[in-house]
Design a protein around this ligand. Sequence first.
Ligand code: ATP
Length: 673
Amino acid sequence: MKKNATDPQAEAARAAATLAQLDALTEAGKLRRLAGAFARFLATLATLGHAPAPLLVAGALLSELEGRGHSCLVLADLAQDPSAQLGWLDGEWAALRTVAGPLPKKAADWRNLLQACEQVWPVGDLDFNQPLVLDGERLYLRRYWRDETMVAASVVRRAGTELPVDADAVRRWLDRLFEPRPDARAAATGPDWQKIACAIALRSELAVITGGPGTGKTYTVARLLALLFAMAGAGQAHGLRIALAAPTGKAAARLKQSIDQALDELADKLGDTLPLRELAARMGAARTLHSLLGARPDTRSFAYHAGNPLDVDVLIVDEASMVHLEMMASLLAALPAHARLILLGDKDQLASVEAGAVLGDLCAEAESGNYAEDTVAYVQAATGETIPADFALRDGGALAQSIVMLRQSRRFGGPIGALALAVNGGDSDGARAVLRAGPLEHGGRVHWIEGATPQDALALAVEGRAGVPQGYRDYLTLVKEGPDAWGGDYTGWVRAVLRRFEQFRLLCAVRAGEWGVAGLNEAIEARLDAARLIRRRGEWYVGRPVMVTRNDYATGVYNGDIGLTLPDPQRPGSLRVWFADGDAIRSVLATRLRDVETAFAMTVHKSQGSEFTHTAMVLPREMNAVLARELVYTGITRAREFFTLVSPNAAVLGQAIAERTQRASGLREALLR
Ligand SMILES: Nc1ncnc2c1ncn2[C@@H]1O[C@H](COP(=O)(O)OP(=O)(O)OP(=O)(O)O)[C@@H](O)[C@H]1O
């Protein structure tokens, strides 16, 4: 190791003082425990004297950022002052700098310092399996560097594989699969991006179809499946192995339902030309990614991997914005080289809870298209659609040729769509205008309770609002009536209760405090109890909605699953929790569920992949590190027909819209290499 400091004793004292300062930051709630522990671990690896204090700082911050969804530490951020990124007060960074310092002021100096440390592998040097990796001016935990490098290489390879396509045949099929668009509409809305997406997806082993809610991602992919089936020819179509997957059980069930419905409609339209119903039946259920890859209890490894690949030719993954870096790496590793991967998702939604923002990184250029000349020519031949010059002028790489953004929403044209669009575009005045015009102009579709009190939120949760009947009273009334009101049909009653519960949901931006999940769940329970809609007896009671917080392979419930607690008809006095699985329902004895929490209020993060007829979103009183445009957009787009914003402090909406989630990652750059 090249020495940075001269006096070993002074260096030892500085390292010890730095670790103590990191502990103090942990106590102050500014660092997670793991960050300090990781710095200590780095210190124990020093065989040549003591670990330099700046390395311990960088290691702790890297670990902290990983916990906040970043896949690396950008040295330029570290050089400037990471306080804002970390949500630290000025004095806190200054204090750490004083004990560990002097710290480099330039990214290049940080790089020089770190590459001299024995705990760091500078990419390209001799590799001793050091825990930290230095790639250019980014510092990684080794696992994330490996995943990011793997994802970039695999994506670029797949996107760059040009498969032979008979453009004339594609065009003939697309003309049958899609309705002709009247000229006037075509002129107003630009080319038919849905058709273009199908043609583009046929050409390589990777396709990314992104778009906001209701832009027809599922509609398009059903037609793409029919097209793949048609193009495979009579001989091979029957052998085509297609798998559907999504990050959560609910999203998987929704995908399967929508695709089945779309294929059914197509089958009616096309008659006997293609056996589409057979295709739908053969596809089997959509699965969670965990189950598809063969997750095993208590280990990060999967049954399917590069050495034992999945048995598929086409894999469709919906809600891809929720797929984190490690999962994407595992998925790509387990995919056979010849298989096609089709990712569907909304690039503007919140990124995954875990580290990485893979879909966002892949789609960084999606708005502008960046189609190369040969893509434009191919699209023209295969679809008859002309990609406008605006989307074809730039010099796009291989990945850009595999991405299509759907730009016209069929379901979201009204005020909720206008609100989502304003938020997404960073236009907080526009968002406020839509919300304030809500009750009068929009027939109550959107509504803003400004300057809300906790009582307002509770009243909304229980009763809904005028003209929009759904609140939790609705499903709980059905629960109280019991299966007798359903002619004694217990299963029919359970289905009806589950459906009604899906009508309304209260989403929170934060977990803690009276405006967070914890406080609101408690308050809503108390209010419902007082209204005699529930009778709390300890933790479990009839009507309790719960969300699973950890995968449990023994009972078959997964993180994010939502169920309702109802009496067990077989065992009077005991309770079962019922979960909807698409059209099917299943249940688990309440006492067997270990990691669950009450779900009258849930976080926007956890609501991804779900939609409710009426969605209410509660913002906290003060701006908070998790509040950002992507979160507000995701909350709004969970609403199918009605949206209510509840905010005690009107200013927070604008502040949240102004804030963008920036996840540090080297993926965008690696994709362009
Ligand atoms: N080209 C089209 N012609 C007619 N109807 C369409 C077309 N595209 C989409 N739709 C209809 O619009 C609705 C929304 O489409 P779809 O569910 O595929 O959107 P999505 O992007 O998958 O939405 P989400 O992200 O909410 O799942 C559906 O009812 C679908 O049938």
